[in-house]
Design a protein around this ligand. Structure first.
Ligand SMILES: Cc1ncc(COP(=O)(O)O)c(C=O)c1O
Length: 359
């Protein structure tokens, strides 16, 4: 029997979530952000499924964009961080990629390459201080790009540091900086919003939103669940019980003997571990479902296995289905019990978990 670990991907849920993003910002066009293998969901499968309905896709790197083109994806694809080497500009023209420019080297190399790009997204550093041109030099970049006959259209873009924190002043401050530059070049289309901003912030009219995590049915907010936002989770990670044993009072389970039985307990071993991307930091309150009944981790997460105390669940057998995360035990909750965020859990899932697609 093959190892039973499977990530079930609900493509129709991803489509629902994309359409919800568009509904929330009705006068905008929307990228589907499919970088990092569509946040672990399988970029080719997701992009092929959405190809007919999306306005465009966005990825982090040219390799990701090439993979989609080679798989037959025909919608426009934006490279969110631009190119990292001058030789890549020619590849962008060949594949008709849209490209972000965020620093002087990229601009200089683009002009020298003398190739045609339909849309250039000029990224402004409005306060995140990670990527982007300074507001004080934005006019020089915009003028050079707008007067360049190789550029079809310039779009002014920025990225928020804290849109998931609705109490933080950072997003309004960034919007004010962005607006000051945009007012001088109001003819330009804009692109500012990630998922959190798409879901909860008042945005400039028109332009392009860039939802990522929400497409996969995951809430970007600590305090608001995906269900409350109307999102449908796209990934259900399942495995099976592969072994069962009784342990006596005082006996310990797993590495470092981190779980010690109080009284006689039944322990189930499940085929999933940190070698698959399941978080090693998951604590003993991390929710796991066995045949739809909730129980918790007991003992350390190993490379290929976890152990559960299933004593309270009654009849339990080898082969019983285990849901590591899904609709009833959202990946956001698993992340919260593992000192991380759901973004990390889904993107770091390895290829050991088979992907099964449902639509
Ligand atoms: C430039 C840019 N836009 C959009 C996104 C999508 O963000 P989210 O997944 O929070 O929607 C990202 C993700 O990191 C990004 O880097």
């Amino acid at each position: 029997m093959a190892r039973p670990l499977t990530a079930h991907i609900d493509l129709a849920a991803i489509k629902h979530n994309y359409l919800l993003a568009k509904k929330l910002q009705p006068n905008t066009k929307a990228f589907a952000v499919v970088k990092a293998n569509a946040y672990g969901h399988g970029a080719v499968e997701v992009a092929k499924y959405l190809d007919d309905i999306v306005d465009a896709f966005a990825v982090a790197a040219i390799e990701e964009a090439i993979e989609l083109r080679e798989a037959g994806v025909s919608s426009p694809i934006l490279l969110l961080e631009g190119v990292f080497e001058s030789a890549e500009w020619q590849v962008c023209e060949n594949h008709n990629f849209w490209v972000a420019i965020e620093n002087q080297t990229q601009l200089t190399d683009f002009i020298a390459a003398n190739i045609q790009i339909d849309k250039v997204f000029l990224k402004l550093d409005s306060g995140m201080h990670r990527l982007g041109v300074q507001p004080s030099s934005a006019d020089k970049f915009i003028e050079l790009l707008e007067h360049n006959p190789n550029v079809g259209e310039v779009v002014l873009m920025t990225h928020f540091s804290s849109a998931d924190d609705l109490d933080s002043p950072a997003t309004s401050e960034q919007l004010a900086v962005f607006d000051q530059v945009h007012r001088q070049f109001s003819q330009l289309d804009v692109s500012v919003a990630n998922s959190a901003a798409t879901l909860k912030w008042q945005l400039p009219e028109g332009g392009w939103i860039r939802p990522g995590i929400m497409l996969y049915g995951i809430s970007p907010f600590d305090e608001i669940s995906a269900q409350e936002l109307g999102l449908k989770p796209a990934m259900t990670l399942t495995s099976k019980i592969i072994s069962l044993r009784e342990v006596k009072d005082g006996e310990a389970v797993g590495y470092a003997r981190a779980y010690v039985a109080k009284g006689q307990r039944q322990i189930a071993t499940v085929a999933v571990g940190y070698g698959d991307g399941y978080p090693r930091m998951a604590n003993h309150q991390t929710p796991v479902l066995v045949e739809q009944a909730m129980c918790c981790l007991s003992g350390r997460v190993s490379m290929d296995m976890i152990t559960l105390d299933v004593t309270e669940l009654g009849e339990t057998q080898v082969g019983d289905e285990v849901i590591l995360w899904g609709e009833k035990n959202p990946v956001e909750d698993v992340a919260a019990h593992s000192s991380t965020i759901a973004y990390e859990l889904v993107t770091r899932m390895t290829g050991r978990a088979k992907r099964q697609y449902h639509s």
